[in-house]
Design a protein around this ligand. Structure first.
Ligand SMILES: [Ca+2]
Length: 321
C-alpha cells in the first residue's frame, strides 16, 4: 500500500509504540556516548598504575639523593668548623691576644730586664680575629698596653671611610688606628680599660683613664661603652658625652646631630663615636699649631674643644680582676 493512504491516527499510534510511554526521555538517552568497554578501562588503570609507581620510584631516588647531599654538606661544614678551630688554636699558640700577654711573657723570660720600659711592634691576635701588627708600650712590672690610636704628626690622614676605620689604617711604627673589628674582638673577649696620654704644644702632658672600655660589633655600629672614669685623671672626663654612642665617619652618619654628619660638619673628616658632636676627638685633623678651630685633635675639658693637641695616644689593657 502506498504511505499516503495510511491514516494520520495510525502514524501517531506507530510513533507512540516506537517511542514508548516516556518517549522524549528515551530519545534523549540516545545522545549519551557509549561507555568504554571494561577491558579498555582496566588497560588505562594499569597504565596509570605503572606511571604512578615510576614517579614514586623517581621521587624516592631524588629524596635519597637530596638527603645524601645534605649529609655530605653537613659533614663538610663540620670539617670546616673543626679546621677553623684547629687554625684558631694553632694561631692562638703562635700569637698572644694583646700586649698585656706579651709583657707577661717577656717578664718571665730570661732576656727581660724587669726595670726597663719599652715600646715595640708585635703581632698579636685577639680571639676570633686575624694576627695584627700593633704597637706595645711595655712598662715595668709586666704591664703591657696595646696602642689603639697614635697621633704624633700629620703624616697619616684620619679623614677615612667607615670601612678603613673598621679594618684599621696607618702603621704601628707611626700614627695609626688599630681598627674597630680588632677593638670589638679584644674588648668583648675580656674586660678592658683605656688610658689616654696627651701632650700640648707648650710641652705640658696629661692623662685620663677609664676602667671600663668596650666596643660592640658591626651589627651595633661599634657602640662604645666607656665608664668608670678614674677620679684622679688629670685631663678631665671628656668622654662622658661619647659613652654609648655609635661609630660614625664622613660616609656613615650614626651621630646625634639631626641636621647633618658631625664628621663632615665639625670633625675634620675623622671617624669617631660622635654625639652632637664632640668634646673629645683624637681622630681630628692634625694641625701643626694648636689653633682655635673645630675639627682638630681635641680633648675638652683639658683644652678648648677647638684646640688641636700636639700628641695623643689611646692605650688598652685588660682590667685588673
Ligand atoms: Ca647626623
Amino acid at each position: 500500500m502506498a504511505w499516503r493512504l495510511v491514516p494520520a491516527t495510525v502514524v501517531l499510534i506507530l510513533l507512540r509504540i516506537a517511542l514508548g510511554s516516556n518517549g522524549p526521555t528515551v530519545s534523549r538517552s540516545a545522545t549519551v556516548p557509549r561507555l568504554p568497554s571494561q577491558s579498555f578501562q582496566s588497560n588505562v588503570a594499569s597504565s596509570l598504575d605503572t606511571i604512578l609507581s615510576k614517579l614514586e620510584a623517581n621521587h624516592r631516588e631524588l629524596t635519597s639523593s637530596i638527603s645524601e647531599m645534605t649529609r655530605v654538606a653537613r659533614e663538610t661544614q663540620m670539617e670546616m668548623t673543626d679546621l677553623q678551630e684547629d687554625m684558631e688554636l694553632l694561631l692562638g699558640q703562635m700569637y698572644k691576644p694583646s700586649c698585656q700577654e706579651i709583657a707577661q711573657d717577656q717578664h718571665e723570660g730570661v732576656a727581660w730586664e724587669t726595670n726597663k720600659a719599652s715600646v715595640g711592634v708585635f703581632t698579636v691576635k685577639p680571639p676570633k680575629y686575624r694576627p695584627t701588627e700593633v704597637r706595645c708600650e711595655i712598662e715595668r712590672g709586666a704591664v703591657g698596653w696595646t696602642v689603639m690610636l697614635s697621633r704624633t704628626n700629620g703624616i697619616e690622614l684620619f679623614n677615612r671611610t667607615y670601612k678603613e676605620y673598621q679594618e684599621g689604617f696607618g702603621h704601628p711604627t707611626g700614627d695609626y688606628w688599630i681598627g674597630n673589628d680588632f677593638l670589638h674582638r679584644l674588648t668583648t673577649w675580656k674586660p678592658h680599660q683605656l688610658r689616654v696620654v696627651m701632650e700640648d704644644w707648650d710641652g705640658q702632658k696629661t692623662w685620663a683613664q677609664y676602667n671600663r672600655f668596650r666596643v660592640a660589633g658591626p651589627e651595633d655600629s661599634y657602640r662604645i661603652t666607656i665608664e668608670q672614669f678614674e677620679a684622679d685623671s688629670a685631663a678631665g672626663d671628656g668622654m662622658e658625652i661619647h659613652n654609648g654612642m655609635l661609630f660614625s665617619t664622613y660616609d656613615r652618619d650614626d651621630d646625634n646631630n639631626k641636621d647633618g654628619n658631625c664628621a663632615q660638619l665639625f670633625g675634620g673628616g675623622g671617624g669617631w663615636w660622635y654625639n652632637n658632636c664632640y668634646h673629645v676627638l683624637p681622630t681630628g685633623r692634625y694641625r701643626s699649631s694648636g689653633g682655635m678651630e673645630y675639627g682638630g685633635v681635641a680633648w675638652y675639658p683639658w683644652r678648648s674643644v677647638k684646640h688641636s693637641l700636639k700628641a695623643i695616644s689611646l692605650l688598652l689593657r685588660r682590667s685588673s680582676p
